[in-house]
Design a protein around this ligand. Structure first.
Ligand code: PAF
Length: 283
């Protein structure tokens, strides 16, 4: 498995792969890889002749006081997982390579970036959209795969790709959960054993909402009360948001339906966790 840190070299490798007629699949990550990433890579392996994963902890998507400095890192472990999942090439640029002195260009996806995580993390999606555009320009993928746990991120990237006519197919992949239901996330590494137990309330709350929906609950207010009851019963869990939105536009809905997104964000101790489901779907 090759490791490339320079944008110019990455572009050169991409040019050669394209000239030879190979499709390039990209799985963008910030490292500290887990089975959720591996599922994206396995799907990427099916869809591309050259499978690239990027590992770059993008400073511009972290706000002041967020966890950029403490974000978990394990490059050696990441190379083992990536190789086992069939990755051909890791693109791992430095922050200086991505944002050299004098850097001043940003990609801002307007409306869809504002609610949910965008409200609590101003500037976050501008950092995501910018780095994903730069990764696309470096790797030149035909297809890029993202997990649905970061549902709003996926929606922002889909909007950006369509609006800017980027020639990349965006694939959203199902959330991968631990056996007890907790959604896989690199940030789960921050949780103490006790906090990890409290984190179970997120998937429990989603299950409760889906049950209420199946039993006829059809307004955001009714389902939100059920979700808050589950989250509120757990000590040490501070709710940031519980919202019901249209799964395509992320606009608020007056009544819920099969394709409504339920998105949650909570803080457990110092760790911010998100999770979501589509009410009419099982995962
Ligand atoms: O989801 C992530 O890991 C990051 O937000 C991404 C898409 C790699 C951009 O830095």
């Amino acid at each position: 498995m090759k490791i490339i840190t320079s944008i110019a070299e990455m572009q050169q490798v991409a040019r050669v792969a394209r000239r030879e007629g190979g499709r390039i699949a990209l799985v963008p990550t910030m490292g500290y890889l887990h089975d959720g990433h591996a599922s994206l890579m396995r799907e990427g392996r099916r869809r591309g002749e050259l499978l690239v994963t990027s590992i770059f902890i993008n400073p511009t998507q972290f706000g002041a006081g967020e966890d950029f400095d403490s974000y978990p890192r394990d490059f050696a472990g990441d190379t083992v997982l990536a190789a086992a999942a069939g990755v051909d090439l890791i693109f791992a640029p430095t922050p200086r390579e991505m944002y050299p002195d004098g850097y001043q260009t940003w990609v801002d996806v307007a409306k869809i970036s504002l609610p949910l995580c965008g409200a609590g993390r101003p500037g976050h999606f501008r950092g995501v959209a910018t780095v994903v555009t730069k990764l696309f320009n470096a790797v030149q993928p035909d297809v890029a795969l993202f997990g649905k746990k970061d549902f709003q991120q996926l929606a922002v990237i889909r909007r950006m790709t369509a609006d800017l006519n980027l020639p990349v197919e965006i694939v959203g992949m199902p959330i991968v959960r631990e056996v007890d239901g907790v959604a896989m996330s690199s940030r789960n590494a921050y949780l103490s054993a006790e906090e990890r137990q409290h984190a179970l309330c997120l998937s429990r709350a989603l299950t409760r909402a889906r049950e209420m929906y199946r039993q006829g609950g059809n307004t955001p207010a009714v389902l939100q009360a059920g979700v808050l009851a589950v989250l509120g019963a757990e000590s040490g869990v501070a709710v940031e948001y519980v919202e019901f939105r249209h799964s395509g536009t992320l606009e608020e809905v007056a009544t819920v339906g099969d394709d409504t997104l339920l998105a949650l964000a909570v803080k457990i101790g110092k760790t911010r966790l998100i999770d979501n489901c589509i009410l009419g779907e099982e995962n």
